[in-house]
Write a protein that binds this ligand. Structure first.
Ligand code: PLP
Length: 244
């Protein structure tokens, strides 16, 4: 695929510049290359270009591509598979078996289902809790659109984070959010900033294995997200071009 390596380099440079603007170390930021809809061969090309973190939003695609890549590269290729999309509970087994990180845990019920399978397969799965900070009704995630003023929202999130953390196999590692679609930059920035603050507030209240991380930022807004504290950016189109 022509230009893949160049586009990857360009995205990494943009990450470096954004980190620098924010006085952050770019090494703190994981670039998750979002390969959804692209054939597994494209992931092989991306691997050759140096990418190691791959994001899929549909469980079936992950279940198809991971074994293909393992056949080609072995199981110690260094690839980390990120499941980034919301999950229907009947697909929980796939995620428990195949994902290395899950970014979009948005209901306790899903946590229970995934955990049940983690008990069976003996794996551990770091998870991000998805939070809806923008308040858009079309977005998934635990509702935190007014968390600064509405203490019940923060309490509910704390409660669910503790419950999920206590489930076998699941480790809460951070919060994930999506910016409002097509909103002005100031609004996008505010959603990311408020999500970072929410993570800090939560951190003070719950015990986590690692400092809470932040999965936020996609092709159109990853630099803003980095300036506002993202540790994981999920970038598809800027690396692979428009999806087929
Ligand atoms: C598709 C997708 C992305 C990447 O989107 P781009 O705009 O292609 O960068 C990030 N996160 C999630 C949850 C997605 O579904």
């Amino acid at each position: 695929m022509q230009g893949l390596a160049e586009r990857y380099t360009a995205v990494r440079q943009r990450i470096q510049h954004a980190s620098k603007r924010a006085g952050r170390d770019p090494a703190e930021i994981t670039l998750v290359a979002v390969t959804k809809t692209w054939p597994a061969q494209v992931i092989l090309d991306a691997y050759e270009a140096g990418m190691r973190h791959f994001g899929e939003n549909r469980a079936e695609e992950l279940a198809e591509k991971r074994p293909f890549l393992e056949k080609q590269l072995g199981t110690d290729s260094g690839i980390v598979w990120h499941a980034i999309g919301n999950l229907q509970s009947r697909k929980a087994k796939i995620i428990a078996d195949q994902a290395d990180l899950f970014h979009a845990l948005d209901r306790l019920k899903i946590g229970n289902k995934v955990s049940a399978q983690l008990k069976v397969n003996g794996r551990q799965l770091p998870v991000f809790l998805e939070v809806n900070v923008s308040g858009e009704s079309t977005k998934s995630g635990f509702i935190c659109d007014n968390w600064e003023k509405d203490a019940t929202q923060t309490a509910a999130l704390r409660n669910v984070a503790q419950q999920i953390n206590a489930l076998p196999g699941l480790i809460v590692v951070g919060l994930m959010t999506m910016a409002p679609w097509g909103a002005p930059e100031a609004e996008i920035r505010s959603v990311f900033r408020r999500t970072t603050r929410l993570a800090r507030t939560l951190q003070a209240d719950i015990e986590t294995a690692v400092p809470l991380q932040l999965s936020m930022g996609m092709t159109d807004d990853f630099e803003i997200a980095i300036e506002e504290g993202a540790t994981h950016v999920r970038v598809g189109r800027a690396i692979f071009g428009d999806r087929q």
